[in-house]
Write a protein that binds this ligand. Structure first.
Ligand SMILES: Nc1nc2c(ncn2[C@@H]2O[C@H](COP(=O)(O)OP(=O)(O)O)[C@@H](O)[C@H]2O)c(=O)[nH]1
Ligand SMILES: [Mg+2]
Length: 455
């Protein structure tokens, strides 16, 4: 049986209300030792989920707060265990004193994510829902909230389970034929198997494709700012962020490392990466920076190529622009628009949008924001909550995809159904890992590490 855990569920700053939560067999008994309701009826005699007003005190009886408490008994609670919650005033000192009082009653500090881990182990939520809890807590844009909320409601699990059920149906039918030869069950025709595999495979492909968008929602779109030294990359980086994060100097090559910051640009979450110039250099430190900017370009899904418009564009910049454009969405930023332009600006490669601005004065920054928002339309037609949003999910889906493809190929090659269905069975294992039907301790541990204490 589990022990009883407690944690402060709210932040570490003074707030109007602070919450301490408990879960485990001793949760309500421990609460009764530190909380006395005004009416005198102890919490273990109170109904579930009723907010009860009373005094929070040390086990010795020293008052700490006048506040609310509530209990929910197993299995009708978040964790599936007996749980209790104190809603106190939000002083971090008060909250830790409340926690200390509970520790004195035999309760221990909860680890990060332990409440949700218990909820998962009690079968209260599948893995995609537990991940949604963490995503919701860390959501940095409105779309990330919609996605996490939908996923928490089970939308993603439903998509996965739909595929899972279809494949299980296939397996069940096959085994029924084998196990009950006298029952006269129609054996599976290769055509039927092919049909089901194609259907499930198509659904799985659609699901796997959502990862790019899902990751952008949760992690942000990696956006590298590249260009020659002194083009104004760091100035642009700071201008977009709205504060000075990167170092700006008139000496070429001062940004020697890459700097990364998140930025919510009209609902689109960007991971803005300022790089050192892509310049061949003999200087050791700068060379490392250059390497890193090439790396940043490889990782980026949106590239801003910054060119100093007051100087003629050179071959190196042409090359950089072509490189970025062949890699993915690219915007050519003609910077230093406030200075006289050197020459008529040559037109960019096809598909590359151009924005002229001054990172120094801020003129034209709004045009850049507009261009970015056009490249990443937010309405994708995907139902919120049905996107894969992390590497773990994407990997399981990809592995399941591989197995299903193998099954389809085996069928086409004329192999027997049991050879085909071995691959289907393996695909089911990966789909099972995705939702946590198949529990792997290393996977679950990793998931719950991402949580805060108290959730
Ligand atoms: N006039 C003008 N100067 C700029 C502009 N953007 C950057 N600079 C200047 O150009 C120099 C290099 O800028 P910086 O952002 O460090 O360039 P980086 O090497 O590409 O990161 C600094 O002196 C900036 O003040 C701009 O839009 N107009
Ligand atoms: Mg710089």
């Amino acid at each position: 049986m589990n022990d009883t855990i407690a944690a402060i569920a709210t932040g570490h700053q003074a707030t109007a209300i602070g919450i301490v939560r408990l879960s485990g067999p001793q949760a309500i008994a421990a609460l009764d030792q530190v909380f006395t309701p005004v009416g005198g009826v102890p919490m273990h005699q109170q109904p579930n989920r009723l907010l009860v007003y009373g005094t929070l005190h040390t086990p010795e009886g020293l008052a700490l707060d006048h506040c609310l408490a509530t209990v929910s008994r197993a299995p009708h609670s978040y964790t599936g265990e007996d749980t209790a919650e104190l809603q106190c005033h939000g002083s971090p000192v008060l909250l830790s004193m409340a926690l200390e009082a509970l520790f004195a009653c035999g309760v221990r500090q909860a680890q990060a994510g332990e409440f949700t881990r218990r909820a998962f182990l009690a079968g209260k939520m599948d893995l995609t829902r537990t991940e949604a809890v963490a995503d919701l807590i860390h959501a940095e844009s409105q779309d990330a909230v919609y996605q996490a909320a939908g996923q928490l409601g089970g939308a993603l699990a439903q998509v996965i389970n739909d595929i899972y059920d279809q494949l299980t149906g296939l397996m069940a039918h096959f085994h029924a034929v084998l196990d009950y030869p006298d029952e006269d069950i129609d054996p599976l025709e290769a055509q039927e198997i092919a049909h089901t595999l194609a259907q499930a495979g198509a659904k799985l492909d659609r699901l796997a494709h959502t990862y790019r968008r899902g990751r952008a929602l949760v992690e942000g779109i990696p956006c590298a700012i590249v260009g020659k030294p002194n083009a104004g990359k760091s100035t642009l980086f700071n201008a977009l962020l709205g504060y000075d994060r990167a170092i700006v100097t008139p000496i070429a090559g001062t940004t020697r490392d890459t700097v990364e910051e998140r930025l919510n640009l009209g609902g689109i979450l960007l991971r803005l990466i300022d790089t050192a110039g892509l310049r061949d250099s003999t200087d050791q430190v700068e060379q490392m920076g250059v390497e890193r900017s090439r790396e940043a370009l490889r990782r980026s899904e949106l590239t801003l190529v910054v060119v100093d418009a007051s100087r003629p564009r050179d071959a190196e910049e042409e090359e950089l622009l072509a490189l970025a454009a062949s890699h993915g969405p690219t915007i050519l930023v003609y910077n230093k628009e406030d200075l006289p332009t050197a020459a008529p600006l040559p037109s960019p490669p096809a598909g590359v949008e151009t924005v002229a601005l001054s990172a120094l004065t801020g003129d034209g920054i709004d045009q850049l924001e507009l261009a970015i928002s056009h490249l990443f339309p937010q309405d994708t037609g995907l139902r919120p909550g049905t996107l894969l949003t992390n590497a773990r999910q994407a990997q399981s889906a990809a592995l399941a995809q591989t197995c299903l493809t193998r099954a389809q190929q085996a069928l086409q090659a004329g192999l027997s159904p049991d050879a085909v269905l071995t691959d289907v069975e393996e695909a089911l294992t990966y789909l099972g890992e995705l939702t946590g039907r198949v529990v792997r301790e290393d996977i679950t541990s990793q998931i719950f590490q991402r949580f805060c204490v108290g959730k």
